[in-house]
Design a protein around this ligand. Sequence first.
Ligand code: UD1
Length: 423
Amino acid sequence: MDKILVHGGPRLSGTVRISGSKNSALPILAATLLTKEECIIHRVPDLSDIHYMLQILAFMGCEVERASGTVIVRAEKLSTLAPYDIVRKMRASVCVMGPLLGREREATVSLPGGCVIGDRPIDLHLRGFEKLGAMVRVESGYVKLFANRLRGSVVPMRGKFGSTVLGTDNILMAAVLAEGVTIIEGAAAEPEVVDLANFLIAMGARIEGAGTDRIVVEGVSSLHGAEHRVIPDRIEAGTFLVAGAMAGDRVTVRRVEPSHLAAITKALSVAGFQISTESDAITVGRNGSLHPFNLTTAPYPGFPTDMQAQFCALATLCPGQSHIKDTIFPQRFMHVAELKRMGAEIDLPEVGRAVITGNGRLSAAPVMASDLRASAALVLAGLKAEGVTEINRVYHIDRGYEHLDDKLIGIGAQIERLKTGRP
Ligand code: UD1
């Protein structure tokens, strides 16, 4: 299990090139199951989550080739089983259900199991498949889906915590090959859903309204191969902007879509940072004194839950009391205990809400990464802490950040990775 040592202190400056979006690439790779023809996907990030998705595709019988950011998939013959051994490693593998049901009218996919950021049900996905006419059974840890015919329907995707992103993706991928018109009500409007819809449209699907809360799909009888370039990763970009804000003079993220980061740059401005934007780049710099801030996570275009932990780390430097509420994943505050070990003053007065008193004093400590974004928050805190922060279990970081340590070193950070050789 690798560990990372972050030396606190060096000032960061320079430019970081942002990778393709993990959360776009995963459902887009699953969507290649919808056709027998070749699909070529560019700008696929080199991450362990992507590796697991390619493993699932290969297990199902797809031919998969990968070379420097481009993945080619041919799903000519297909098995419809996604086994526990692979699915348990990555929750997003549930998004093979939609395309399998769409193309083969059946799927047997392991339930993903627990997740450290809280209970993550897939009830909305399953109810949506039923609305399209599928029989759904949960048996021995597996979801079994079967349909003689899939028929368009009105499918609600909004749950008590907002719309579901992978649920919307799953229904979209089944509906493109259903008979008739499907209307997804309360659809997730995240840029990653739009990216998936654009890929499906390039494959011959008929979809309108992606990026709004009402998506209309007119089913077609088959889809063909297509070539697609994945959108930039807005969460990776946001994480580097926070790194620049916490420990930088001027840090620029390039190859980004600034409109996708509007909620993040607004929050940085409120905290007192200067943001300048070009067509494909954003620069963060200091703007005088820092201020505390209040944030509540919300579905896009609101403030993303995937940036909540990083802003907790940032708040430790902003004098006064900041309030951060996560309404999407209220349990997602595992980083708080670790940040406190580094000297942060944070209270959790109720589930889902953190109150951070910015004291500007972080000191290095050995800490434990618990999930992907929590781990990123610990690296950010380490950049500013006095001493050398030792972050264990960094495989969480490698799930979702392409070469995070190398990219930070590229803008002046002092980071070492220790390979221990143990899994
Ligand atoms: C996706 C992202 C993840 C992000 C999350 C919220 C991917 C691979 N992952 O996860 O990084 O943090 O969106 O933006 O794209 N819910 C239900 N029933 C369901 C499904 C979800 O109640 O059937 C609830 C969840 O518990 C959560 C909320 O809905 O409270 C949103 O979750 P969802 O959008 O489904 O998250 P994912 O799509 O799994």
